[in-house]
Write a protein that binds this ligand. Structure first.
Ligand code: NAD
Length: 345
């Protein structure tokens, strides 16, 4: 890690909290501060002992608040930013896109501009890693995978706002010579994911013996990556990525939603000592959602060949670890269950 003091935006969210923990573990010499608005998706509990032991300061602020961001950069000595703060839930972007434009587009702009001005004023060559998604590339047919050269073709307000911020980040490199790198990652899973997202919702419903509603025919394909492998990719791109470049991150691990539900169901049945097949009988099919991309798959050749990254966790091992983690921690971290009641798969 080539930074003395890193600012992690969205560090109290799912990937951010895992990243902060990863950095403290693997790069303890790098100071880490977190800025997070603590929306419904952010939670102090995700970082609780790090905050209590004063290892990681949490600054509660909105990245779209220009005065707050300029003030933060003026009084801090950050020489790197890993930018994860975002509105991230596709279903919410369909029912209420305004927050997505405000945080993902305006917020990313405010952050880029605050960092650029502060670093230019002080003559610091700071690095800005903008964290994005494979959803910017749109949907795939049954074959092929997105490479960094695939055209952007976003389908939802969420992916359109992420695409906008990717373009802004790249433009800051080309226009101002700012040291910017971008990552586009496939679907993540693991601890600390708010229980409106696919895998925690399924685990909770399966645990509670509730119906699991699956969109359409359940044959939508997603490429899944364990969050710890994503965090290692982010740390490697930050340390070694070529300035101005984008890196796709993915594990070549494609699953249909239905097969994923079945795999989780089998694990939950085993952990709860239920007869095999119990969970599979809880699946029901519901009408598909609008603009639902059929398939995403990531070609991660660049990060593998140029930076030597590859996933360390097998999918089976990571999924079992994740199921165990949720069954043990879900009630304490999200008493009452978050918003899982309305979620479909
Ligand atoms: P998340 O929703 O769990 O966390 C987002 C965090 O950002 C929360 O802590 C929230 O409080 C904070 N936040 C939201 N608006 C803010 C604002 N205006 N100012 C400051 N903080 C704000 O999301 P996640 O799944 O951890 O995703 C993190 C990043 O990674 C996002 O940029 C997302 O687009 C990207 N990404 C996610 C996935 C995935 O599968 N989860 C995959 C690829 C890329």
């Amino acid at each position: 890690m080539e930074a003395n003091h890193l600012l992690v935006t969205g560090g109290a969210g799912f990937i951010g909290a895992n990243l902060v923990r990863y950095l403290r573990r693997e790069h303890p010499q790098t100071r880490v501060s977190v800025v997070d608005k603590l929306t419904y998706a952010g939670n102090r509990r995700y970082l609780e002992e790090l905050i209590a032991q004063r290892e990681v300061p949490l600054i509660v602020a909105d990245i779209a608040d220009r005065d707050a961001m300029e003030g933060l950069f003026a009084r801090s000595d950050f020489d790197g930013v890993i930018h994860l703060a975002a509105e991230s839930h596709v279903d919410r972007s369909i029912s209420g896109p305004a927050d997505f434009v405000q945080t993902n587009v305006v917020g990313s702009f405010v952050l880029l501009e605050s960092a650029r001005r502060a670093w230019e004023e002080r003559g610091i060559r700071g690095r800005f890693l903008h964290v994005s998604t494979d959803e910017v590339y749109g949907s795939l047919g049954p074959k092929g995978a997105f490479s960094e050269r695939s055209p952007y073709d976003p389908s939802s307000p969420y992916s359109a706002t992420k695409a906008s911020s990717d373009h802004l980040a790249r433009a800051y490199h080309r226009t101002y010579g700012m040291d910017v790198v971008v990552t586009n990652c496939s679907n993540n899973f693991g601890p600390y994911q708010y229980p409106e997202k696919l895998i925690p919702v399924i685990i909770r419903r399966l645990r509670d013996g509730q119906e699991v509603p699956v969109y359409g025919d359940g044959r939508h394909v997603r490429d899944w990556l364990f969050v710890d492998d994503h965090c290692r990719a982010l740390s490697m791109v930050f340390a070694q990525g070529e300035s101005g470049r984008s890196y796709n991150v993915g594990a070549h691990n494609e699953w249909t939603n239905l097969d994923l539900v079945y795999a989780l169901g089998d694990l939950v049945d085993r952990r709860m000592g239920r007869p095999a097949g119990t969970a599979r009988r809880m699946v029901s099919f519901v009408q598909d959602r609008p603009g639902h991309d059929r398939r995403y798959a990531i070609d991660a050749t660049r990060i593998r060949s140029e930076l030597g990254w590859e996933p360390r966790w097998s999918f089976e091992e990571a999924l079992a670890h994740t199921v165990d983690w949720y069954l043990r921690h879900m009630e304490r971290i999200w008493p009452g269950g978050g918003l899982s009641a309305s979620r479909r798969v």
